[in-house]
Design a protein around this ligand. Sequence first.
Ligand code: PLP
Length: 419
Amino acid sequence: MTSSPSPVWHPFTQHALAPEPAMVVRGDGAWLETATGARILDAISSWWVITHGHCHPRIVAAIAGQAGQLDQVIFAGHTHPAAEALARRLVAMTPPGLDHVFFSDSGSTAVEVALKMAAGYWRNTGEPRTRILALEHGYHGDTIGTMSVGARGVYNAAYEPFLFEVTRLPFPEAGREQATLDALEAACREAPAALLVEPLILGAGGMLIYAPDVLAEMAAICARHRVLLIADEVMTGFGRTGTLFACEQAAITPDIACYAKGLTGGALPLAVTLCRGEIFAAHYSTDRARTFFHSSSFTANPIACAAALANLEIWAGEPVAGRIAALGTLQEARLAPFRDDRRFSNVRRLGTIAALDLVADDPGYLAGVGPRLAAFFRAEGLLVRPLGNTLYVMPPYCTTGEDLDRVYGAIATAADRFG
Ligand code: PLP
């Protein structure tokens, strides 16, 4: 039997060069299984979303239960128990002071909502401000708004005319943090609306780590100048950096915080943007023009909210913090030999996330080494998707030491072959 080519257009994929996509039919814990029965170790949590492992029984049961009860309801003028319970629990567990919850459905929309909240806050308080400050190498999504505030390059060159201007601050590299703080201080004098940051680690920009005290200092500068701080915890949230949220390590409460990926344990698309009371209050008025004008059809979808509640129950009822600490220790032990390996540079770890740069002749996103590495790992039965020459391991929290041995064994082989 012959079959026609698939009509599916895949994300971030050059179809003229990419191999056939793997047909995945099952997920269980840290593992995926293909239609031909091959097993793939999911070392990047399926784009950083899966936290407790694929198909965690509590999440599966919650989804099934909610789907049979209430599948969807318009969220304007209506609410439902799962959204109400989830919002209350999120307010209780996120940094103190974040007390309103706006639902959306992806990391990008969570950040779009944050940007609109910031602009709305300034407009409604009679001091219109729209400029956003952002870190060099930042990534916040692929919608036009989030591309605008993210790093510019090959990913968004075609859309350049649509992107709005932002002020970019140098990444706070170890030893050069003061340059970032000085640039922030200077940029704050121009009365921008907000500073948007990925707290402690820039993900798609290359798994670049910076220190909690720099984040704390950035928050202090913003507070001094009345510039809103937006924390994009889309990747860092729900344990990845070793604490429930990355902002905890700097002991800060941002004015606005965005969470997505791990919110449902990775099972369903759901996102939230939390904000301080002042931001909600600036939109609270008998003047309809001050309404927060944002929605999407699936805002606070009940099934996704039920999955998120089940995720929070797993956090409350299972030793998740212990698993995260143990995974960090396992990652550190396996990274150790690479710290003296001259074929790698910048060997680093933050909580459950480990990263190292393969010293290659052709680094960079468009270079061939990234796809060659990805193809190599795939042949090894591993889901590892390098960012150019940056290899990183961000597995679900149920990943074992034996699983990691496979990953790091393959990384060593990759260095022999491509380093
Ligand atoms: N913000 C950060 C920090 C991210 O890492 C991502 C995705 O990787 C996004 C936003 C966008 O999230 P999504 O892909 O769900 O739109």
